[in-house]
Ligand binder design. Sequence first.
Ligand SMILES: Nc1ncnc2c1ncn2[C@@H]1O[C@H](COP(=O)(O)OP(=O)(O)OP(=O)(O)O)[C@@H](O)[C@H]1O
Length: 746
Amino acid sequence: MSRKQNHDQQFSLDLNEAPASEVQQASRAADVSPAPVDAATPFSGLAQMEELLTQWQEAGWVRPLDREFARLIRTLCQEQGEQPEPLLILLAALASHQVGRGHVCVHLNTLLEEPARTLALPPEEAAGTGPEPTPLPTPADLMARFAPEDCYQVLENSLAVSDGSQSTPLVLDSGRLYLRRFWRYEQRIAESIRQRLEQPSDLDDPALPQGETLRQALGELFRPQPEVDYQKLACALAARNRFAVITGGPGTGKTTTVVNLLAALQAVAGTSPQRQARKYRIRLAAPTGKAAARLNESIGGAVSRLPLAALPGNVQQADIPTRVTTLHRLLGSRPDSRQFRHHRDNPLLVDILVIDEASMVDVDLMASVMDALPASAHLILLGDKDQLASVDAGAVLGELCRRALAAHYTPETAEWLAALTGDRVPETLVDNAGQPMDQAVAMLRKSYRFTEDSGIRQLAQAVNSNTLHRNTLAGLGRGEFNDVTMLPCGPTPEDTRALICRHALTGSPEAFSNQGLGRTLNGQALPPPVGYQHYLNLMQDHDLDADSLREDWDQLARQVLSAFGDFQVLCALRQGPWGVEGLNDLIARELTARGLIPKAEGWYRGRPVLVTGNDYNLGLMNGDIGITFSLPWGQHENGQPCETLRVAFPASDGSNDIRWISPSRLQHLETVFAMTVHKSQGSEFNHTCLILPDRLSPVMTRELVYTGITRARNWFSLIAGDETVLLESVAQQVVRASGLAERLWC
Ligand SMILES: Nc1ncnc2c1ncn2[C@@H]1O[C@H](COP(=O)(O)OP(=O)(O)OP(=O)(O)O)[C@@H](O)[C@H]1O
């Protein structure tokens, strides 16, 4: 038997799912030898390479997990009689390191061409401290010794690596090195999409009755327009395919479009002899509780405005759900397990699944969705392709939308769309060589939330197209737009801190060219920009007491939570004076000094908290926001009522209920006067203030700045520690290594 043939038995253990105890045992088995002195030393033996990995880990360059993964590969190779090359151990650690940074794999050629940039090693220090010189050999020093062929040879000769056809812990596929688990996720996602795209549709022939029903329904749902109606085109495309993506910037009508789409599909189902007029079972989901709650808020109104009576198929309001659940709840997550209740052998009972804010879904969760979805079900992803990618590995929506701007619809698709919608796709979006995946992606191109002259819209566009210039920023400073302001940092750090404090307190309406007054949208007056004193005043100015009813407290909590959502400080970093930790502390101290909160540490009345991990027992999801109240519900030993702290959370089921939770029961949370842009995904605020530091860091990218700006519904303020850093951030783009797009487009 050849070495490779025996793989399945040898490596039946999936290393990335290995229990911690095994990892620790492997770790303890390692020898340690003297520190390496140059880039050649780690290649003189396994112990030397492992010692370097330990030093990298101690320096904070790689995670303990990365080092342990490399050691486990070494142990497993040795157990099979292979003496692994130090280069193999190094590549294993680097592949694991890249997963920790959101990549699905490592492109070997890119790694060799640009090791420092690809790996972001050595890491830059947190803003404010500057990079420290280090005597450690860097990955770039090490990789400079090798050509791609050397890496391929070492990987191909190892029992720990295969092309995926065998159960090895590492997979080398088309020049990409994967941890096996991530390779499998990518495979499963691509397979599921391809399988859905290959299924013929009843709607393929516009002349057949189903096509005619769809045409009629679209005619009722969309008013005729002088220009191409991209929402109508998106509905038609998504109705035809069992897999579809609808992408668009803020306010381009993703929710409106999907509601129309679901109504149109129910009309088709209601007239379909094959379905015997049985309507589709539809579920709506979002990756976080916050995103689910936001869709909950907007979808009910959109459904109630549907012209149902005019549609064929006897579509009723109840045929279109308005309750949105989190993906974890939908799939049935179980405490302390990464396995969901719904999977291939216990699929979801659903005909159409819509996932909003799909940019936040990582490869692991997306693969679980694909597994749990019956092969015949429609999957519709909604999201903004230009937003930040998921926190965990992958950039699934970004990859699926990578050709969305130019569309690449085939002439056949363009003809079909014209027959169904009456709209002709512009020639620039038609491509004879368009591929099946292109035909399932629709991009909404017109914003209905922002007017043409909106500063938020123009700033977001300039960032997205990398055309943000100093004169745009100067224009913001001069008050060229009445919905955006740029607040100038002071000459000293104290001045800047004072500016941030003033702004966080009041929202600085005077800094906007119209003094924050008089803005209207679609004839509706918009509330002016506010800061945190707005919700804290509301908390203080009430006349509830121990005799008040629970309902009255619930009502107050709803008002306070809504007022808190009127303003949010966002930042790029976690640590340092410009990060969440520094800003939370700064703002809390200012509010204490103003008598708006009693103290700045621990638990106190008015403390806003962000849940940072799912807690199924309490029914709280990552991203939920609560506000701490002091309630007269406690009791002294003598029976007298006393104040007790409770955190008010809005129920995540769209019921408008309030849950009061004791602080001692809350485990994963942080104060949220400041929030990272990453955590703000899926949320929107009436007034958003984005604070960017005075030093560039790898996390500061175009996607981050764009996501920060587009969290603002009506007012946006910017505090940039250094304009050059802002411009440089916009020039930096997130590119996550993955092979998904290559699997879907040949
Ligand atoms: N075709 C349209 N004509 C007029 N108004 C529209 C149209 N489509 C959407 N709108 C309005 O634009 C606003 C934003 O629409 P919608 O909520 O559907 O967009 P979205 O892309 O889902 O927004 P978000 O950025 O919050 O995800 C809503 O007030 C909606 O009623």
